[in-house]
Design a protein around this ligand. Structure first.
Ligand code: ASP
Length: 333
């Protein structure tokens, strides 16, 4: 066993930290119960959570990065990059479903333990928006670059241009959608939407990442929650981290992942915090149709969990003991 590997396991098993989890009176009328089951609770990192089935291969890569001694920021970046490179994926990366004009436009962000963040939105012809987001974090004084400016900056900074021809199944779906002339974005319904990943290493340091091609057939120029810090992703190393998937407009309007992290700061478990964020979406929206939203969270004491608006949301979990696809509980069935 390599030294790095031994060190990695020792840190994971030896770490203990407790975070007071008192129940806080809710001024919003949302459930403040702390009787919901939570998982984890002593800090036995590493813990990696990522959205949907495609989280499994992403977690494998992220775990390898940690095992090799990489940082948790490296892990979340390289983990989701695996899914960006899968051009058969229809909701992440350049193989994603296009907007209504036939362009695939990508959104991504990344945030570290100390809150440093980078993001790109409405980016075209770049295979790895998550790498560009990390470069924005590290090489610029800014948080977010968008559109043609983001693309130009990426090219100038050594990220190659990449064109992926539209696959026949994508062309057929786009053509079918155009026939209906229903110029309104449709939520992705397959079991593989945005990939959001949150991770805590063995020393209790956090990072998160999020990357997507967004909702299918969106209006050209539309940006969802996924590249927006506090909406699709939020990390505050003092408290924990949260990521989101689903219809981004619902998440942006409620500052979804920021809400989750702030509720954990007040003492909610990750599951309770994710549930309360979902309940807030329900209270603020009269007609949710068949829209879906899911949240994941890890708290600084190693507790973790998720919650969704409706059934069907699963997440990939990786810890020292477990490699699982977990079905999240939901609010509406
Ligand atoms: N959250 C993404 C967006 O609204 C889509 C998704 O997760 O399916 O762009």
């Amino acid at each position: 066993m390599s030294h790095d590997r031994r060190h990695f396991i020792k840190l994971g098993l030896a770490s203990t930290a407790a975070l007071a989890a008192g129940c806080v009176e809710s001024p919003t009328g949302e459930s403040a119960s702390s009787t919901l089951p939570t998982t984890g609770g002593t800090r036995k990192g590493p813990i990696i959570l990522s959205t949907w089935d495609h989280g499994l291969p992403a977690n494998v890569r992220a775990w390898e990065v940690l095992e090799r001694g990489g940082s948790v920021l490296d892990a979340v970046e390289q983990g989701v990059a695996v899914v960006e490179s899968d051009f058969t994926n229809r909701s992440v990366g350049l193989g994603g479903l296009p907007d209504r004009d036939g362009h695939v436009t990508l959104d991504a962000c990344i945030q570290d333990h100390d809150g440093r963040a980078g993001a790109v939105a409405f980016l075209q012809d770049i295979e790895h928006p998550i790498n560009v987001a990390r470069a924005v974090l590290e090489r610029t004084p800014h948080v977010m670059l968008v559109g043609e400016g983001a693309r130009r900056w990426a090219l100038e900074n050594g990220f190659p241009s990449k064109q992926v021809p539209m696959a026949p199944d994508v062309a057929a779906r786009w053509a079918a959608w155009k026939k209906e002339e229903k110029y309104w974005p449709e939520p992705n319904v397959e079991n593989h939407d945005t990939i959001g990943m949150v991770a805590m290493d063995a020393e209790g340091r956090f990072a998160g990442s999020c990357t997507t091609s967004g909702v299918a057939f969106k209006i050209h120029g539309r940006v969802g929650d996924s590249p927006i810090i506090g909406a699709g992703l939020f990390v505050d190393g003092d408290v924990g981290a949260s990521c989101a998937t689903g219809v981004g407009e619902l998440v942006i309007r409620t500052a979804g992942t920021h809400t989750v992290v702030e509720l954990m700061r007040q003492g909610r478990t990750p599951e309770e915090a994710c549930q309360a964020a979902v309940q807030r979406i329900i209270r603020k929206h009269k007609d949710l149709g068949d829209m879906q939203v899911g949240f994941l969270a890890i708290r600084a004491d190693g507790a973790f969990g998720g919650w969704a608006l409706r059934k069907g949301f699963s997440y990939a979990l990786r810890t020292i003991e477990r490699t699982d696809l977990v079905k999240a509980s939901n609010e509406l069935g």
